[in-house]
Design a protein around this ligand. Structure first.
Ligand code: DC
Length: 642
């Protein structure tokens, strides 16, 4: 664990060479932990919370619960809470929420249950709004003597009905709901306006329900029955806001990051950051019940997005936007300017500007023009999320120095260790599954299926040779003019997608399969200069992705002679001609056999990188094999499947 006393300040975050390849286990959700602690404290009996995220914030909560007479025991990431069925002691001294916004808000109604006491907190907390909550508690009959910390409470809740403004912070609503089963008559809460951060209210209700509370939600109104909570054993999910940092790192640096324990069933809205932000920016995202995996290429498209219901991710968004190839913007987060540890809108803009990335504050968010940054020290405003977000900018291109790195302890004391682990586990060279073989050997079918099974991106390198061939035929370049064909390959931008091929902005997916291209491609592919250009761009493509399946004729021999796994697929000429004929609808099987044999001859006898079995390749004759069996056999050879 990081020793914050000796952590250099500023802390330099260096670019990561290579591509990421890590599975990370993150601390439990702060939001869920603090909700579960309150509910367990009010429950009747002993609850066990597992996977708890211990941090300054949760420690503030545990300390305050102790002061309210609730005994707790912490053992690693398990916290045992001895609830007293809604009975709480009047604290002997001021109840201290420290720097924790959720603790301050959730504890105020608890003080009303205790009957009296004063809630206080860190300097920074004193400026943060509490007024909607104090007003609502007064509406419920409590005597609450201030609207900012420190707040003395001298009598408890007597009523049931109250309304609250829903547009400032969902934490006020959650605070009232969590304590409500311990109010004498429960709660009938009317929400005025559309709630911000609705997923957090849903999360609160789901934790309450897990501990046996009855909550009835209808349009603009939430009713909670009196009757307390039942003690439970409850597993806390990893923190989804925290997960955005390593997942964004995969998109920024390139490679794979998997976060376990968090998936499609998550109670946390921020778990959608990968699908709602990173995926539209170009990363591949895989979500299942229990994990979220991001595979990035280091290339990010710009994005405009409303993050109103996942506003804690705004600093992470600032970092990915800084890396995008264009102008990105976030809206819907104006309210975070006053309710969080810092004004994260202004802070993001100021610090990105300091890094030389131009950005501006908008009425409801901010705009960032992605581009290169310079090394400098950035301020973090005693705000853990600013520090963790800004650090991501330093993971590529140039270092970034983080002032006051210790502020991450608020929610994720292990953050710098996690970045160090990602760095240590990064791969200097990509993992490559090379599939070579002649036309019709089953390469494309197998490569596509295996890329789905192993969740790896797939590149059909033959399509690149075909695209260049198409372009030079179109341009009327003579195929004997090697310099001109090579120059055409060099200047072309070829994008081979899962189901499309585009060269210089022209979609040639169908055109490159036409007979004229097929007849000329082996001649173009024999030109040494063309091979050098395309092989280099294939290496670069794979390097950015960290792990990939590449199919072609020379992947295991010339492009990646050190490939992780090399497969050579083959089949009889008769079988290959039959396959091609059924694909193209061509009825002249004999002509097809002759054409295939001729292409084999050209590909196998050319001087530069001819088609041949690579050293160490596994040769599979697919003539009479079932394709699914071939795919499964190859997948089982792949290291991450063993
Ligand atoms: O796989 P395909 O039929 O689409 O490939 C078209 C041609 O491209 C093939 O005849 C040889 C050439 N090629 C190559 O020389 N090297 C590669 N890595 C891929 C294809």
């Amino acid at each position: 664990m990081t020793d914050f006393a000796v952590l250099p300040d500023p802390y330099r975050v260096e670019p990561i060479a290579g591509t990421l390849d890590s599975t990370v286990v993150l601390p439990g959700s702060k939001s869920l932990t603090n909700r579960a602690l309150i509910v367990a404290a009010l429950a009747d009996g002993t609850s066990t919370l597992t996977g708890v995220g211990l941090s300054d914030d949760t420690e503030a909560m545990i300390g305050a619960l102790e002061a309210l007479g609730i005994q707790t025991e912490v053992d690693g990431t398990t916290v045992t809470v001895h609830g007293r069925g809604g009975a709480l002691d009047v604290p002997a001294s001021e109840l201290d929420a420290n720097q924790s916004g959720t603790s301050a808000r959730f504890l105020l109604p608890m003080l009303a249950i205790a009957g009296s006491g004063t809630l206080t907190g860190h300097e920074q907390m004193r400026g943060r709004p509490m007024g909607d909550l104090t007003k609502a508690l007064r509406g419920l009959g409590a005597t609450v003597e201030s609207d900012v910390l420190p707040i003395p409470v001298s009598s408890g809740v007597t009523g049931r009905e109250v309304s609250i403004g829903a547009e400032v912070s969902s934490q006020f609503i959650s605070a009232l709901l969590l304590s409500a089963p311990a109010f004498r008559d429960g709660l009938d809460l009317t929400l005025v306006g559309t709630p911000v951060s609705q997923p957090y209210i849903d999360m609160t209700i789901s934790v309450m329900a897990a501990f046996g509370a009855t909550v009835d939600v209808s349009e603009g109104r939430i009713q909670v029955a009196a009757g307390g909570y039942e003690a439970q054993t409850y597993a806390i999910e990893p923190d989804a806001s925290t997960a955005t940092y390593p997942l964004a790192a995969a998109a920024i640096v390139g490679g794979r990051i998997t976060v376990v324990g968090l998936g499609s069933m998550s109670l946390q809205g921020d778990a959608e950051f990968a699908t709602r932000v990173l995926e539209p920016m170009g990363a591949s995202v895989f979500v299942d019940n229990d994990s979220i995996e991001v595979r990035g290429s280091g290339i990010l498209d710009p994005l405009s997005v409303d993050l109103g219901d996942m506003s804690d991710t705004a600093p992470t968004f600032a970092a990915v936007a800084a890396k995008a190839s264009g102008t990105s913007s976030v809206t819907g987060i104006g309210f975070i300017r006053t309710t969080k540890e810092s004004d994260r809108v202004q802070a993001s803009v100021d610090e990105l500007d300091r890094l030389g990335v131009s950005s501006s504050v908008d009425s409801d968010g901010f705009t960032v023009s992605g581009g290169p940054h310079q090394t400098t020290a950035v301020d973090t405003y005693e705000d853990h999320r600013m520090a963790m977000g800004l650090a991501l900018v330093g993971l590529t291109d140039a270092p970034v120095d983080i002032n006051d790195p210790g502020c991450v302890a608020k929610t994720f004391p292990g953050y710098w260790d996690m970045l160090a682990t990602l760095r240590a586990e990064a791969r200097p060279a990509p993992l490559v599954l090379a599939i070579d073989g002649p036309a019709g050997s089953g390469k494309s079918t197998v490569a596509k299926l295996i890329s789905l099974v192993l969740r790896l991106p797939h590149l059909d390198t033959g399509a690149m040779y075909r695209a260049v061939t198409y372009a030079v035929l179109q341009a009327g370049v003579h195929l004997d003019d090697h310099a001109a064909v090579t120059a055409a390959a060099e200047s072309a931008t070829i994008v081979v997608g899962p189901s499309s091929v585009v060269i210089d902005g022209v979609d040639v997916t169908t055109a490159i399969r036409e007979p004229d291209v097929t007849a000329a491609v082996s001649t173009v592919a024999a030109i040494p200069g063309v091979r050098v250009v395309l092989a280099e761009s294939q290496r670069e493509w794979a390097r950015k992705r960290g792990a990939a399946v590449l199919e072609g004729r020379d992947i295991g021999t010339a492009v990646f002679p050190d490939a992780t796994l090399k497969i050579y697929l083959d089949a009889s000429v008769d079988e290959r001609a039959r396959r091609r004929a059924s694909e193209t609808g061509d009825e002249d099987l004999e002509a097809m056999k002759i054409a295939i044999a001729e292409r084999d001859r050209l590909d196998m006898t050319r001087e530069t990188d001819p088609l041949t079995v690579a050293d160490g390749a596994v040769v599979i004759d697919t003539t009479s094999l079932d394709i699914d069996g071939v795919v499964e056999a190859i997948a089982n050879e792949w290291p991450s499947r063993q």
